[in-house]
Every structure is written in structure tokens, then in C-alpha cells.
Design a protein around this ligand. Structure first.
Ligand code: UTP
Length: 291
């Protein structure tokens, strides 16, 4: 079975839920504590032993590529000032992976964004990670999914149970359980009304796809919201080749959503030894004050 060697990170969306912050700053660069969300995502890819990242960028998004570029003056200054740890953190961010970028032009939907990577991916399976979807896990979510891909030889998407009120915000799947964490998917619907949802299992921002997806995306007409939906092409791929839904292990944060962003900052802040005690103390005070 072909090894997953390339990751596609779509980051060309407009980020309207984060205006005005995202007028001039890409939402993928908004910090979770002190690190942009996209850096955690590239780290996950590298931890899964994937070293080529294809970034789908758009207008006003070139600072994402700059973030992973060299900054010799800054690194030298930090070293001169004895700030070795910080200099090393900058160095490791830029040498994480080979990052190539391709522009989407108009943001015509996630499916349209993924299709931009066709020539760079070529004829091999690849992983897609959304630029604002964080998964904090002992084993990187991408690695967990690559193992599922190797086991079943089919495309895989990460899924999780969501409450009824959130169903219409996600792509929803249903299927037959084939092992403790996997279902063989038989239905995929993009953002269904609760009454039309086949289950509460939502697709989150991680996909391993076979290259056939590109041909299917080329044939996919605009769907929900007038956008070319990845879920619509995935539903066709499911019919042709089969598709696995994988209940990943880990905590997922939608950093492109205001509440998810705050949650991620608290959760990642609590993982920092220098911040955790003060942050907890502050949260206790806030609970007292607001209850
Ligand atoms: P979102 O649904 O979060 O859309 O896209 P968005 O436009 O970025 O944000 P809002 O809803 O206006 O606040 C999920 C992921 O797909 C990328 C986004 O950058 C994000 O990482 N995307 C979406 C594209 O790359 N291109 C698109 O046309 C749409």
C-alpha cells in the first residue's frame, strides 16, 4: 500500500466568523497561547512522518508562508541576547517540513481548494487537514488515520459524535460498525437539517483521500452555499471505492470558531507548566465571580 507522503492544508477561506481580526491577519495565524494554529497542524503532520505540506493559500494569506520562512536577523538577535530557547523554537518552526503553496484564487469552497493541489499531489493518497481544526492527541490524529488507511486500504475521514443542535454545521455520515473505532460509511450529507441527518456522527477536519477524489471533484457542481463541497465528491468516492469513518482519539478544537478558539487557548494554556497554576486560579476566581 502506498505510504502517505503529502499533506494538503486548505487555508484560503475568508474566516468571516473572526472578523474584524481576520481582515488583515489570516485566521490560521491567530495564536493558541503563543503559536499559530497552523503551526500545531504542521507539527501533527511531521509527527506522522509526513514531510511535504501543500498549503492552499489565497489573497492576503501570504504571511502564512512567511511564518514558515527563515528570519535570520531575528534569530541572530535572539541568539545575541542569549534567548536560545526562543531562537530554537523559531528555527524548528521553519525547518519542520517542505512547504509549497498554491493559490486558490476565489474561495469557492473546500472541494475547490483541495482540487488546487491535484498536480502537486499526483497519483498517490494524501491527507487533508483543515488549517483551523486542532486535535490534541497522544498519537497524532493523522498517524491514527494513516494506520486505519493501511488496514482497510480505503479513504478515511475523522468523525466524532456531536449534539443535535450542532448537526447542521457539519458533514454527517452513517454506516456499519466494522471495528471498535471504524464504520464503513454508507451515507454522507453536507450540513443536513437535524430531521434529515442520518446520525450524529460528524466529519471533522482530517481526511485521507485516494487520488481518485480529484477526478470526482472536477465533476462536482457547486452544492450547499454555492460552494464546491468536498463532502459531495467524497460521497461519490464512497460509492466507487468505499470510505471509512474513524472515531479518532483526542480532543478536537475548532479554532476558526470563537468559542472553539477560546476553548483551545484554555486547554493548550493548561498544558504549559508556566501558565497552568495561574490560569486555573484565575478560572476559579471567574467562576465565583460569574456564578
Ligand atoms: P470554513 O468553513 O472554516 O470557512 O473552512 P472560512 O471561510 O475559512 O471561515 P468562515 O466560516 O467564513 O468563518 C474550513 C477550512 O477550509 C478552508 C478554510 O481556510 C478553512 O481552513 N477553505 C474554505 C479554503 O481553503 N477555501 C475555501 O474556499 C473555503
Amino acid at each position: 500500500m502506498a505510504k502517505i507522503r503529502k499533506a494538503v492544508i486548505p487555508a484560503a477561506g475568508l474566516g468571516t466568523r473572526f472578523l474584524p481580526a481576520t481582515k488583515a491577519v489570516p485566521k490560521e495565524l491567530l495564536p493558541i497561547v503563543d503559536t499559530p494554529s497552523i503551526q500545531y497542524i504542521v507539527q501533527e503532520v511531521v509527527d506522522a512522518d509526513i514531510h511535504t505540506v501543500i498549503l492552499i493559500s489565497g489573497r492576503g494569506k501570504s504571511s502564512i508562508v512567511d511564518h514558515f520562512d527563515v528570519s535570520p536577523e531575528l534569530e541572530e538577535k535572539l541568539l545575541r541576547e542569549g534567548k536560545h530557547e526562543l531562537a530554537e523554537r523559531l528555527r524548528s518552526a521553519r525547518s519542520m517540513a517542505t512547504i509549497v503553496s498554491v493559490r486558490q484564487g476565489e474561495p469557492r469552497g473546500l472541494g475547490h481548494a483541495v482540487l488546487r493541489a491535484k498536480d502537486l499531489v499526483g497519483n498517490e493518497p494524501f491527507v487533508v487537514l483543515l488549517g483551523d481544526d486542532l486535535v490534541d492527541a497522544d498519537i497524532p490524529c493523522t498517524k491514527q488515520m494513516a494506520d486505519v488507511y493501511e488496514k482497510y486500504g480505503k479513504s478515511v475521514c475523522a468523525v466524532m459524535e456531536v449534539p443535535d443542535e450542532d448537526v447542521s454545521r457539519f458533514g454527517i455520515i452513517s454506516g456499519e460498525k466494522i471495528d471498535a473505532d471504524c464504520v464503513e460509511i454508507d451515507q454522507m450529507v453536507e450540513k443536513p437539517a437535524l430531521s434529515e441527518a442520518p446520525s450524529n456522527l460528524a466529519i471533522v477536519g482530517r481526511y485521507i483521500l485516494t487520488p481518485r477524489i480529484f477526478e470526482l471533484l472536477e465533476k462536482t457542481d457547486p452544492g450547499k452555499g454555492g460552494e464546491i463541497q468536498l463532502t459531495d465528491a467524497m460521497a461519490l468516492l464512497m460509492k466507487e471505492e468505499g470510505f471509512i469513518g474513524y472515531k479518532f482519539k483526542g480532543d478536537r478544537y475548532d479554532a476558526g470558531d470563537q468559542f472553539g478558539y477560546l476553548q483551545a487557548n484554555i486547554a493548550y494554556g493548561l498544558k504549559r507548566k508556566n501558565l497552568a497554576p495561574r490560569l486555573l486560579e484565575y478560572m476559579k476566581e471567574m467562576i465565583k465571580k460569574h456564578s
